[in-house]
Design a protein around this ligand. Structure first.
Ligand code: GDP
Ligand code: IMO
Ligand code: MG
Length: 427
């Protein structure tokens, strides 16, 4: 298979960064197609940790071409900070291109993000405050500013000037906030625009040509299926399409050109921000998972909410993404449990649901139906092949495969690149 898409199956932070970096060691090109620097992907290579937000995880492989596709919302400030951190670590950042159709995140998006959250009070989404939703709002409203605009100084200045006036109106009149200093903002972003010019390309053509030439192309998902604006736990979602379909509109490739779709499944479930979470363990079990799994956000540092693996969610993700394989992550975090629960249904109003419901109310009022499996209760971080795993861990994997109908092709037992096992051929 020459093209592989990697998607999060839960609420993000499933370990996509690690899995992508592992697969990317064989890839010629890595493509991001949605979200922005709300993502936080950690990759550990030989004990050194890298945190990637906007830049594709393929950047850690010197020869891989990295594409930020048209569906991404691009924050220049975040980008240049991330670039500097990578360069300080001696990473070659030359092979990096940004779509001329990607929309740009400005300071006013971030400010409106926090003002909007504040105004929602207890109904806040718990966003990352990176301006993601407000930037996608401009895109949908058809007033956004795109990367191709930075190539024309006069056009860029005219568009930005008009947009700052509109946003200042919104900030002051709707939210009663302080207006932004227009002169300072114009200067800040016209400087960024100059620095961005060399990166701007028609990346859809680049991806197409790579696919046509049979190169190995890896599509890197951010966030996760349950955060999808259409298919997730709306309104507690992000504003893009983290499902496999998002790669086509977000990078300009045909669905026919995506061969393999790998779903990243964390061996348990976590969520940051607000919203329903049927298998949440807001108790000692959740605390134990959080401490062993170091479940604190890469982007915001927030403690993640933790709970058991929800197979209703995984099976839903298998269906809506068309998964051809699963990469099971952080299995080692369950090393210290006598028994392990997996959720195989939702009890609601005396009925058991096995398809993820649309209604927020039903999600909130559903109780998990658990199947209890025996834990392996022994460290597996040193295992390097499936055969090395304890029988109980193999039974856990089998349960996931049977319920979701998808084979587990990659198993991860620690954060390092080395702590990975692969079953069969992947890429
Ligand atoms: P992403 O957003 O999906 O890329 O995931 P994050 O990077 O936000 O969170 C996953 C965390 O788990 C990171 O700190 C990884 O270094 C770590 N990690 C990934 N795979 C494993 C694993 O198999 N075992 C353990 N213990 N940690 C892992
Ligand atoms: P990665 O790629 C986990 C969550 C936020 C919030 C909701 C909306 O690291 O898996 P946004 O700022 O996007 O408008 O916030 O989505 N969220 C994530 N949660 N991992 C992520 O990315 C996330 N990106 C956004 O916490 O609940
Ligand atoms: Mg993350």
């Amino acid at each position: 298979m020459s093209t592989v898409a990697v998607v999060g199956t839960q609420w993000g932070d499933e370990g996509k960064g690690k899995a992508i970096d592992y697969i990317a060691t064989r890839a010629d090109m890595v493509v991001r197609a949605q979200g922005g620097n709300n993502a936080g992907h950690s990759v550990v290579i030989d004990g050194k940790k890298y945190a990637l937000h906007l830049i594709p995880s393929g950047i850690l492989n010197a020869k891989t071409i990295n594409i930020i596709g048209n569906g991404v919302v691009f924050d220049p400030e975040g980008f240049f900070n991330e670039l500097k951190d990578l360069e300080d670590d001696g990473i070659n950042t030359k092979n990096l291109f940004i779509s001329d159709r990607a929309h740009i995140v400005f300071d006013y998006h971030k400010i409106i993000d926090s003002l909007g959250e504040k105004s929602k009070g207890s109904k806040k989404v718990g966003t990352t405050n990176k301006g993601i939703g407000p930037c996608y709002m401009d895109k949908m409203e058809r007033t956004g500013i795109r990367m191709c605009d930075v190539l024309d100084d006069d056009l860029f200045e005219a568009k930005l000037s008009a947009q700052i006036d509109r946003k200042n109106d919104m900030i002051t009149k709707l939210y009663g906030g302080e207006p932004l200093d227009k002169t300072a903002l114009m200067k800040k972003y016209t400087d960024y625009a100059k620095r961005l010019k060399p990166y701007v390309k028609d990346t859809s053509v680049m991806v197409y040509e790579a696919v046509k030439a049979g190169r190995k192309v890896l599509f890197e998902g951010a966030q996760g299926t349950m955060l999808d604006i259409d298919l997730g736990t709306y309104p507690y979602v992000t504003s893009s399409h983290p499902v496999s379909g998002g790669f086509t509109t977000g990078s300009g490739v045909s669905p026919r050109d995506i061969n393999e779709i790998i779903g990243i499944v964390k061996a348990y479930t976590t969520r940051v921000g607000e919203g329903p979470f049927v298998t949440e363990e807001d108790n000692e079990t959740g605390d134990k998972i959080r401490e062993i799994g170091h479940e604190y956000g890469v982007t915001t540092g927030r403690p993640r909410r933790c709970g058991w693996l929800d197979l209703v969610v995984v099976r839903y993700a298998a269906r809506v993404n068309g998964l051809t394989g699963i990469s099971l992550m952080l299995l080692d975090v369950l090393d210290q449990f006598e028994t392990i629960n997996v959720c195989v249904g939702y009890e609601y109003n005396g009925e058991v649901l096995t398809d993820f419901p649309a209604s927020l109310k039903i999600q909130e009022e559903s109780r998990p139906v658990y199947k209890t499996l025996r834990g392996w209760n022994t460290p597996i971080t040193g295992c390097r092949s499936y055969e090395d795993l304890p029988e109980e861990a193999k039974a856990y994997i089998k349960e996931i495969e049977e319920f979701s109908g998808v084979p587990v092709k990659i198993i991860s037992v620690g954060p390092d690149r080395e702590q990975t096992m692969i079953r069969g051929e992947l890429f």
